[in-house]
Design a protein around this ligand. Structure first.
Ligand code: MSP
Length: 665
């Protein structure tokens, strides 16, 4: 029977829109899951959302929504991004689901039965951002030691878990299972944290209500981390039907960012020990994506939205960049330059060009059919050996979670294939009918090398690997190939290749970087209350433009006088032409008549308005907005529209027909 492999991501807070840091955790998990599936294992891959707690309650309130309305909207952002990124999770758990509540209650009851819960008064410093308590000794300048957020003094009745009782058992577990925390440096941190002494942990809160009520005392809700960590077993039916639990628990890997390692490597195993449940095999911590040396996060600004990168360069470019650029376990800096360089070098130049020139030669010299290798040809021996080494090295690296090293190996092999072509000069061989066998052998060798490359890159770039597989005329699905049985020579001569389009177009770096200032950050503004919503301009605002007005329940913008408002030149305009902006799903390019002149305006309304439906409509535009380039198109103004709770635009128009160019005030 296939070995089981259970892998989890953290569940994401729904008080923030997903950014590249979240995408990293999920993409790495997906790559691990795909890799293990290609090793023939019975993989179960779980992700989900963390929807309770004070932060979510506050975020919802600020938007005039109930917590569950807010969560329902945000969850779609995560699910949508995971779909776009090609994430193949087996399940998605939300902590607001009934199955989760049942499992949390069950775990709690077992811990209570063990005598590990007692009621007491809590007094201490609480960080609402981290949803965590800290002892006085750890507070630095009124801020939490983990992330530097402001902490509040809190005094309330709370239920406590006897964490202190598990200090010794935990230390013993770390000693007996050195693989439990990875990488080594993080393991040492955990051991010294626990070695310094553990205080009992408050596991209930009564100052807010957005959570799972404690059985027996519903004035309290579970501490969000007790609730959240349980997801790893409640998703397997712990507390109800335990079939999946019996099959997959314990987890083989909990993948987490280093900021949440302590919860996973200290609290979680202690809860499980108390409940007499098996412990996960490994907790693996990755580093952070940084911008200007700070962790990328919405609250700190500088968040990078993977959406526009995916839209512009494709999913696989983003996946490859994330895995190749960061040395697993360490931090890495994000920059658009590094992204473009990586994609252009690895994908467009090295792999993309190799694929297109090989296919072109097979088309030109071999009538588009995979040629065969002649037994007289010996020049392929070094490549056969290199392929064997690349496969075994890659499998070892990926098993050890050293993804950048594994990919570097694949790219060394790609480099060999490129050099092999240059050395053998098939274009010269093609001139000599007596050496046709050599020409065919050379082209077979490169095509076979590329077949192996397709298998190796499949966990990281599944769509491109499939594209390459099909182009080489190999039947079946590359993701079903086994990484344990990669043998040279399985490419069948005589199969028709399908050259198709280039796999990875080159990015025009200068043009992209010029446009990039106009890229929007992922924004909570798109998640608006259904009513009352302030009319907002939805053309992407150029850099430096004032922020969009805050919505009803949020802290409003500062008051302005009528003179200030009068500086905004609002005009009626008639739409005379409309078309989509290439490569941007949301953008339309509108030609509008302003009475005295015609202008081009780029607006993010394509999700709701087909271009032809707009012709002849009268709209309201900001006529004196500094022009800005959006996706290479100069936008000379901005139209006004309201947006609903999901960010869908509703353009403003006039009740009665009015001519273009009238002032709006
Ligand atoms: N809800 C908790 C996890 C509960 S798991 C039982 C949480 N959520 S989170 O949305 O804030 O973070 C989820 C993951 O995203 C974490 O692994 C975190 O490390 C990761 N990242 C968030 N920002 C990041 C970067 N800038 N870089 C890399 N990953 C980071 O914590």
């Amino acid at each position: 029977m296939a070995r089981k492999f259970y892998l989890t991501t953290p569940i994401y807070y729904v008080n923030d829109v997903p950014h590249i840091g979240h995408a990293y955790t999920t993409v790495v998990s997906d790559v691990i899951a795909r890799f293990h599936r290609m090793l023939g294992q019975d993989v179960y891959f779980l992700t989900g959302t963390d929807e309770h707690g004070q932060n979510v309650e506050r975020a919802a309130k600020a938007r005039g929504l109930t917590p569950i309305q807010h969560a329902d909207l945000m969850v779609e952002r995560f699910r949508g991004l995971w779909r776009t990124l090609g994430i193949g999770n087996n399940d998605f758990i939300r902590t607001t689901e009934e199955r989760h509540r049942r499992g949390v209650e069950k775990l709690y009851q077992k811990i209570v039965a063990k005598g590990d819960v007692y009621k007491d008064a809590y007094k201490g410093w609480y960080c609402t951002s981290c949803e965590s308590f800290y002892p006085e000794s750890q507070i630095v300048d009124g801020r939490c030691p983990d992330q530097g957020h402001k902490v509040d003094w809190t005094e309330e009745e709370s239920y406590f878990f006897r964490l202190s009782k598990y200090q010794e058992p935990l230390l013993r577990h770390y000693a007996d299972h050195p693989e439990f925390v990875f990488p080594e440096s993080r393991r040492n941190e955990v051991v010294s944290f626990v070695g310094a002494g553990l205080k009992d942990l408050s596991i209930s809160r009564s100052s807010f209500s957005w959570g799972i009520p404690l059985p027996g005392d519903p004035r309290h809700v579970f501490y969000v981390w007790f609730d959240a960590l349980s997801n790893y077993i409640t998703a397997l039916g712990y507390g109800s039907d335990r079939k999946l639990y019996a099959r997959y628990w314990p987890a083989d890997i909990h993948l987490v960012g280093k900021d949440i390692l302590r919860f996973h490597a200290v609290y979680w195993p202690a809860f499980l020990m108390s409940a007499d449940e098996p412990l996960p095999r490994r907790v693996v911590a990755h580093g952070w994506w940084l911008r200007d040396a700070l962790k990328i996060s919405k609250s700190r600004g500088g968040a990078v939205d993977p959406g526009p990168l995916i839209e512009a360069f494709g999913v696989d470019a983003v996946r490859h960049f994330l895995l190749r650029e960061m040395v697993f376990g360490q931090d890495a800096g994000y920059s658009d330059e590094a992204f473009i360089d990586r994609v252009n070098t690895d994908l467009a130049n090295d792999l993309g060009n190799l694929v297109s020139r090989t296919l072109k030669m097979i088309e030109d010299y071999c009538a588009g059919k995979v040629p065969k290798s002649d037994h007289r040809f010996r020049g392929d021996e070094p490549l056969k050996e290199a392929a064997r080494d690349a496969v075994s090295g890659f499998v070892k690296d990926f098993e050890e979670l050293d993804f950048s090293a594994g990919l570097a190996r694949v790219w060394s092999f790609i480099g060999l294939l490129n050099r092999f072509i240059v050395q053998n000069e098939p274009w010269k061989l093609s001139q000599d009918p007596g050496r046709r066998w050599a020409l065919e052998s050379v082209l077979y060798t490169v095509a076979e090398g590329l077949r192996i490359v397709a298998i190796l890159v499949a966990p990281v770039m599944p769509a491109s690997a499939s594209g390459l597989w099909k182009r080489l005329g190999v039947p079946g699905d590359v993701t079903a190939a086994s990484l344990q049985h990669v043998h040279w020579g399985e490419l069948r001569p005589g199969q028709a290749i399908a050259r198709g389009e280039g796999l990875f177009p080159r990015i025009d770096k200068a043009a992209y970087l010029k446009d990039v200032t106009l890229k929007e950050e992922p924004s909570m503004d798109a998640i608006k209350p259904a009513a009352p919503a302030a009319p907002v301009a939805i053309s992407p605002a150029p850099a430096g433009a004032p922020a969009a007005p805050a919505t009803a329940a949020g802290p409003g913008p500062t008051e302005i006088g009528i003179d200030e408002f009068a500086r905004v030149d609002l005009r009626t305009a008639r739409i005379v032409a409309a078309e989509r902006v290439q490569g941007a799903d949301k953008l339309l390019k509108l030609t509008v008549d302003l009475g005295v002149e015609t202008r081009t305006i780029v607006a993010g309304i394509a999700t709701r308005y087909p271009p032809e439906s707009l012709i002849g409509k009268t709209i309201v535009v900001v006529a004196n907005l500094k022009p800005a380039k959006l996706r290479g198109v100069l936008s000379q103004g901005m139209l006004l529209a309201a947006s609903d709770a999901t960010g869908q635009p509703y353009i403003l128009t006039t009740e009665e027909p009015v001519p273009p160019g009238w002032r709006v005030k």
